[in-house]
Design a protein around this ligand. Structure first.
Ligand code: SAM
Length: 220
């Protein structure tokens, strides 16, 4: 899979994309993630990517030209399954949507900032608008990281144990079950005996029951 991210602030993404599971996925060539700095698609001395809104009002708006020029350059090399704009008023990001997107070959992600982007970008370039939740962040960079992380861990071969992602919350109807690791006792708290039993059938049953209990608690 290839993911192209178009942003005025690539530095926000660089560190997180170079750590942990995403880093390993990139090193194994399971995903190629390329950041594109909007300022490289400007033509003035100050490399301006934003401007005042027509009609007045507070806040700056990201200009159309850098997005369109970057889009044209990227689209000349490949076609994209989706061109995603992160927006608080978009479709809510869910595990199901992450599953769907993880099956695509190539995604372009556009990050807004300040008041957002010139509407013509949304009208002409964007095929899907995604919100990571009902709150407003300063820019689309952190939402882009959320979406990328959720997608990349679902790509076959990224997690060592393929079943791991399938057992996560939201993949099935129930939430995930509790997890324990060494030591068997810590500050007086013991790992449930059943997990030390070595009996996989009983363990599976216990995990199922615990996940159901959590689901029931959530429904209250
Ligand atoms: N004026 C916009 C509004 O009220 O919908 C908010 C703009 S926000 C300050 C700047 C940018 O951050 C947006 O263009 C979007 O790309 C991103 N953003 C902020 N909150 C987001 C969220 N919950 N989900 C996805 N993207 C978000």
């Amino acid at each position: 899979m290839r993911i192209d991210v178009v942003t005025g602030f690539p530095g926000i993404l660089e560190g997180p994309l170079d750590e942990s599971i995403i880093r390993q996925a990139r090193m194994k060539n399971l995903v190629e993630i390329v950041l594109h700095d909007l300022r490289n698609y400007t033509h003035d001395r100050h490399r301006t990517i934003d401007d005042e809104p027509y009609g007045g009002g507070a806040g700056m708006v990201l200009k159309p030209e850098p997005f369109f020029e970057c889009f044209d350059e990227l689209s000349a090399d490949r076609s994209y399954n989706e061109v995603i704009y992160l927006s608080p008023d978009g479709e809510l990001f869910t595990q199901k949507l992450a599953n769907d997107l993880s099956l695509k070959n190539s995604l372009m992600i556009l990050c807004g900032h300040y008041k957002g982007v010139d509407e013509r970008i949304r009208e002409k370039l964007v095929t899907r608008e995604i919100s990571i939740g009902e709150y407003v962040l300063s820019g689309g960079e952190i939402p882009a990281l959320v979406v990328i992380d959720a997608i990349v861990r679902l790509i076959p071969g990224v997690l060592h144990d393929a079943e791991s992602a399938l057992e996560d919350s939201f993949q099935s109807e129930d939430p995930d079950h509790p997890h324990y690791t060494h030591p068997p006792e810590y500050r007086g708290m013991r790992v449930p005996e059943v997990l030390l039993s070595g009996n996989h059938e009983v363990i599976a049953q216990w995990r199922h029951e615990e996940a159901s209990k959590r689901a029931a608690l959530k429904r209250k």
